[in-house]
Ligand binder design. Structure first.
Ligand code: FAD
Length: 388
């Protein structure tokens, strides 16, 4: 614990910036979070407000990405204590849905592909249990009668991402973190140190800076005017359209995931009969408008899995921009060439899951101490020598 009240500014008040802020405060720093949408996340296209909220190392595991798996699994293990901790500080309950995930096949080709995925999951030590059509329908009676089989992944969980954002925000307020509801437009340096962040109407003197600006992180890195800007990989926005529906009954208890017509679709149950249906995935720059085509595909594919979707109230179609690094894995590291700037971004499809450990990695970097063991995949060193 540092006692000298060093002032840390965090640019970005999504889940990564907020969890870093909370952890830094717990380690004795005085923290300010700057974000123009901090008072109302629904006003922006930040990924944290829009996400599906799956805590899903197994169903997000993919061939060739085995190295990242240990980080995702460590994050899942850290989630219960993390949720308890922030709930206590915020005096607001953040519940994890522990019912598990069903991966579902709708035809014989899907079933073969699912078996291949299940073999891969089991080969890397993850537990996926094969289910027959009848077993699936026993677990989720409103599923389409056309399902042919699936897998139960009882360890892939979910959390309400909006409740996570609000709980983190309350916890930050309770420990005295200062919020500035403005966009950072400029960063001032003296020699190799950043000393001030500038918004439209204020200048803030700082000792340390954390850039957690999600898909906008590269715009902020540019403000540093680094001598060798090519040494920092570009973070690109990956657009995701997502829907929120509601009904008077609990239509599903598990998270449902399937490939339909070659597209992936997932349905994540929330409290009070709500279901989140996601998500499209496109690289369209910073375009944050939901499209008729995206909404149509999500409704078409989710209805094929769960016909009851047609009966539900349509609450919202939204867009979030996922922050993607060149290898789609996170970057949490000090920026070379400046003494006091940490980059915490690139969490792509798994930032809600990784929130449970991202703050600890940032805090270790602030203290110049060893990051947690599983954080070895988040350093910038892995990009050395790779042309961006
Ligand atoms: C449709 C969708 C579904 C997803 N589903 C899941 C899921 O099921 N599970 C999972 O683990 N992950 C999921 N993700 C990914 C996850 O949401 C992200 O990885 C995570 O939210 C990234 O958090 P962040 O804090 O880095 O970024 P963000 O939440 O995007 O926050 C960045 C913040 O920086 C602010 N900012 C930008 N520029 C500036 C500036 N100049 N000054 C001040 N502030 C600035 C923005 O306003 C924004 O609020 C999903 C994402 C999307 C879009």
């Amino acid at each position: 614990m540092v006692s000298n009240e060093k002032h840390v500014a965090i640019i970005g008040g999504g889940v990564i910036g907020l969890s870093a802020a909370l952890t830094a405060t717990q380690h004795g720093y005085q923290v300010t979070v700057l974000d123009p949408i901090i008072e109302d996340h629904a006003r922006g296209a930040g990924a944290s407000w829009m996400a599906g909220g799956m805590l899903a190392p197994v169903t997000e595991a993919w061939f060739g990405e085995e190295a990242r798996l240990s980080l995702d699994i460590a994050a899942l293990k850290a989630w219960p204590a993390f949720a308890r901790n922030i709930s206590i500080i915020a005096q607001r309950e953040l519940a994890i849905n522990t019912t598990g995930t069903l991966q579902i096949a709708l035809d014989i080709d899907d079933a073969r592909e699912l078996e291949r995925i299940r073999n891969f999951q089991n080969s890397v030590g993850l537990k996926a249990h094969a289910l027959s059509r009848d077993e699936l329908l026993d677990l989720e009676p409103l599923l389409s009668p056309n399902v042919v089989g699936g897998s139960l992944i009882s360890t892939d969980l979910s959390v309400d991402n909006r409740s996570l954002v609000l709980t983190l925000k309350s916890a930050c307020e309770k420990v005295g973190i200062h919020f500035v509801s403005k966009r950072v437009t400029e960063i001032q340096s003296k020699g190799n140190r950043v000393h001030q962040v500038v918004t439209t109407d204020e200048r803030l003197d700082i000792d340390e800076l954390v850039i957690a600006a999600g898909a906008w992180s590269s715009e902020v890195v540019e403000m540093l005017q680094l001598r060798n800007p090519g040494s920092i990989p570009t973070i690109r926005p990956i657009k995701g359209e997502i829907l929120r529906l509601r009904s008077g009954i609990t239509a599903i208890k598990h998270t449902l995931r399937a490939h339909v017509h070659g597209f992936q679709v997932y349905l994540v149950p929330r409290a009070h009969g709500e279901i989140v249906v996601g998500a499209t995935q496109f690289e369209r720059g910073f375009d944050a408008r939901p499209t008729a085509g995206g909404v149509y595909e999500l409704l078409r594919d989710s209805r094929e899995l769960l016909p009851y979707i047609s009966e539900m109230e349509f609450l919202e179609a939204g867009v979030g921009l996922r922050p993607g690094s060149p290898d789609n894995a996170p970057i949490i590291d000090r920026i070379p060439g400046v003494e006091n700037v940490i980059l915490a971004t690139g969490h792509y499809r798994n930032g809600i899951l990784l929130t449970s450990i991202a703050g600890e990695v940032v805090a270790a970097l602030l203290a110049h101490s060893e990051p947690p063991a599983d954080a070895e995949f988040v350093s910038l060193a892995r990009f050395s020598g790779v042309a961006q």
